[in-house]
Structure formats: C-alpha cells, structure tokens
Design a protein around this ligand. Structure first.
Ligand SMILES: [Zn+2]
Length: 451
C-alpha cells in the first residue's frame, strides 16, 4: 500500500483491500469500482463492520475530490454530515459487489437530523435549581461570557460540581461548524453511535483524578484523542484538581495556551484541536474544612501548603477567575425565593459574546489569524488596545497595584475579566465598578499569600 513510508493502522483498509482483490481477479472492472472511495472493516463472513473515524475520513475523501463514498451501514449517518458527499451504506461485501456490477441497488443515505433524538439543552441541569451562591453563580456567568478558565474552591458538599455541570447550559449554542469539529474527534475516539451521529451540544467532560496524562491530553501507542480534545468547544472539568497526577496537569499548559494539542510519536506527530474552558474545583485544604464555620480543619499549615502548591504557578496563571463556594447557610437552603434559570443567564452571555465578536471582527477581516475570538484569548498587546478604562478605574487599578503588589500576569487577568464584565454591562469603556467586581475573583491569590 502506497505511500510505503506512512504506517497504516486499523481495520479501515479491509474493504479497500477486498475491492482491490476483486479488481485484480477481474471480478470487477475499473469502470465499476473506480468512481467510489471505500471505508470499512470486514468480518470473516463478509459483512461490513463499523469503523472509527468515518467522519474525518469522508471529509478527507471529499477534499481529494472523491465525493461518492461507500461506508458500513452503522457509519452512514455520521458520514452523511459531510456536505457534498454522497454516502452509500453497505451491509456486506456481496451486496456491495452486486451494486458495483449493477445487479442490485443501494440508495444513497439521506440525513435527516430532525429524525435523531438530540439531547436538548433542557437535558442540561438548570441554574434554577441552585439556591444562594450569588457570587459563585455570577462568576460562572462572567466566565461563560468571556470563555475564561475558572477555579472554584470550597469545602466538600458546598456545590462546586453542581455549579460546574450547569455551565454548558449558559454557553452559546454550538455553531454547525463547531459541531462538526467536535464530532470529528468523537468519531476518531469511536464514541459516535448510529442514533447519535453528531455532537450537537457543548461537551462537558469530567475525568477522574486518577486519569493519566495520556488520558487527559491524548496519545498512546495507537493514538487517541484525550479528554481535553473530547471537551473541544466545551468544558473540561477537573474536580479535586490538586489530586490529579502532576504530569497530567503540566501537560494541560501548552494546549490551554494554543487551543491545540500536538502529540509527538516516533512515526509522525499528530495535532488534535483542544479549545476548551477549563473549570477546576478544589477543597481549601486536604481535609476540606479550612475556613468552614461548622467543622474544624485538622490540617497543619505545611499540609495545606503542600496541597495548594500541587497546582503549579503556570497553571494557576491560566485560571482567569478564582472564586470561593462557601457552604450555604440554613436560611439560604430554605429560602422560598426562586433562583434565576439558565435560559435568561444564557441570553446575557450571548449578548456579551456578540459584543466581543463585533469588536474582534475587524481584526479578523484584516487577515490576522491569531486575533482573539473572545476576551479570554486576548494577548498582552490586545489588552492595551481593547481594555480602555475610565479615569476612576485607572486610579483604582494604580492604587491596587501598589498595595497588592500585583504581578504583570495578575494585571492582565484582571483587565480581561473586567472587559468581560463591561461587555455583560453593555459598556465600551471599563469603569471602576467593573474593575472592582473583577477584584473579587482573585480569591486564590489570597490563599496562596497565606500559605
Ligand atoms: Zn483541613
């Protein structure tokens, strides 16, 4: 099989090889087989088995001007997502050979997305069920509006996981283009089913803290996308973040910065997309009760320090928003007030995202491919350009800078988050109120300063 220097893997070539044998033994003529591309695994009795990676393979075939493609039946819906492709689903080699010789017919697969039971946004848990936690709720809204990475800390049972699971429900809907990008990764990972050929909602991935670095960022002998790529265009949630393997956390740094993960192997290097919002949760200390009004913390300052310092500085630098999620007081648990639901929060998030798109659009038009799409992606020089402040905000920042001894990184994070808060407020210029709110989301700095 050519090219010889490229290592081939997987059963996807079974069907092309079988067609090659039929052609070489003159059971098929060139005009019968040559106009199609073939993908599929063969079982010993000649039936076609589904494959992983049908979607990206069909996309590649169409790009190479092969737009009539034979695929196993189970892969038909997924393959048919590709525009301009005509998909012929086949059940067996015998059926296919008959079709190629014109003895029987295979009808091209027509995709009707309405026919599939897409999990609707209503399946995502709603913020209407979250009582109290005003600061945490608001910080999640800000994070969603600017696509900022977020860190939550608080004692066990305070609701960090419950809050994180509601994030997909307030993010803007996926565009079709985003859906296809994420679906390609699920296709490679073999996670699509005939009933669910398209990833239509933002993924929420929540790997266990025992996951390996390969599990998190991808790789392995037969390379597979990792959790960070399965969360592409959605959320990667790391509960009990300091408990994760250190090398797994370290491996996140580069993809968080670049939005892609490159896996180097002996034969070749692979790049998977990994544009995510990272949400981390941690206890304030190993026992979980530091600062808890009801239970005493049993940890020594040294233990707390060791626990917190497992999150490396460079990783913390990429968390724009850090917020405390305290245990709810009794009055709030029993409050009769109905909390705001996800639908209306999502509307504000969408408006803020629209402002960002409009602001950055002219840059994209000028052909700058590295320009930001949302506030979290702003680089230092974008911050100078897009984060204009009122006079009051400037003097607040200046005095805070001196009293809190802020680093350049903290300064940039503050301004990015302030920019998002101003966008939620519909304001072009950041005022002192926006900035003051952004200061609230630096709780981690306080903890780090104490330990
Ligand atoms: Zn403790």
């Amino acid at each position: 099989m050519a090219p010889a220097d490229l290592k081939k893997e997987g059963p996807i070539y079974d069907l092309p090889i079988a067609i090659g044998i039929l052609a070489a033994t003159e059971q098929l003529s060139q005009e019968q087989y040559a106009r199609f591309a073939y993908l599929g695994e063969l079982s010993l009795n000649g039936s076609l088995r589904s494959i992983t990676g049908a979607l990206p393979n069909v996309l590649a075939a169409v790009e190479a001007s092969m737009d009539e493609i034979i695929v196993p039946r189970e892969n038909a819906a997924e393959a048919a997502l590709v525009k301009n492709a005509t998909i012929f689903p086949a059940a067996s080699l015998a059926e296919l050979a008959g079709f190629l010789r014109g003895e029987n017919n295979i009808t091209p697969f027509a995709l009707d997305l309405g026919h599939y039971s897409m999990p609707s946004a209503a399946d995502c848990p709603d913020f209407a069920d979250v009582k109290g936690q005003h600061t945490a709720r608001r910080s999640l809204e800000v994070a969603a509006a600017g696509s900022h990475n977020l860190l939550m800390f608080g004692s066990p049972g305070s609701g960090k996981t419950m809050l994180a699971r509601r994030l997909p429900g307030i993010l803007p809907d996926m565009t079709f283009h985003e859906s296809i990008e994420t679906t390609k990764i699920y296709s490679l990972a073999g996670l699509l089913t005939p009933d669910m050929p398209l990833v239509a909602h933002r993924p929420f991935r929540s790997p266990h803290h025992t996951a390996s670095a390969v599990g998190i960022v991808g790789g392995g002998r037969t390379p597979r996308p990792g959790e960070i790529s399965l969360a592409h265009h959605g959320i990667l949630f790391l509960d009990e973040m300091p408990e994760f393997h250190k090398n797994a956390l370290e491996a996140l740094r580069q993809p968080l910065e670049d939005g892609v993960i490159t896996i180097s192997r002996a034969a070749a290097s692979l790049t998977y997309p990994a544009r995510i919002m990272l949400v981390g949760a941690l206890n304030p200390c190993p026992c979980g009760y530091l600062g808890d009004p009801l239970r005493e913390c049993m940890c020594t300052p040294y233990q707390v320090h060791r626990y917190i310092s497992r999150l490396s500085g460079p990783l913390l630098d990429r968390m724009d928003i850090c917020v405390e999620v305290p245990r709810l007081p009794y009055e709030e648990i029993n409050s009769k007030k109905k909390p705001e639901g996800s639908a209306s929060i999502k509307k504000r998030v969408e408006l803020a995202r629209k402002r960002q798109r409009e602001r950055f659009f002219s840059v994209h038009q000028n052909g700058s491919r590295k320009a930001p799409f949302c506030n979290a992606q702003m680089r230092p020089r974008d911050i100078g350009r897009y984060c204009q402040m009122t006079k009051a905000a400037r003097s607040l920042l200046q005095s805070a800078f001196q009293t809190l001894a802020l680093s350049a990184r903290s300064h940039d994070k503050l301004l990015k988050v302030s920019r998002t808060i101003a966008d939620l407020d519909g304001a072009d210029i950041i005022n002192d109120g926006h900035l003051a709110e952004a200061f609230q989301y630096r709780s981690m700095d306080k903890i780090l300063a104490n330990y």
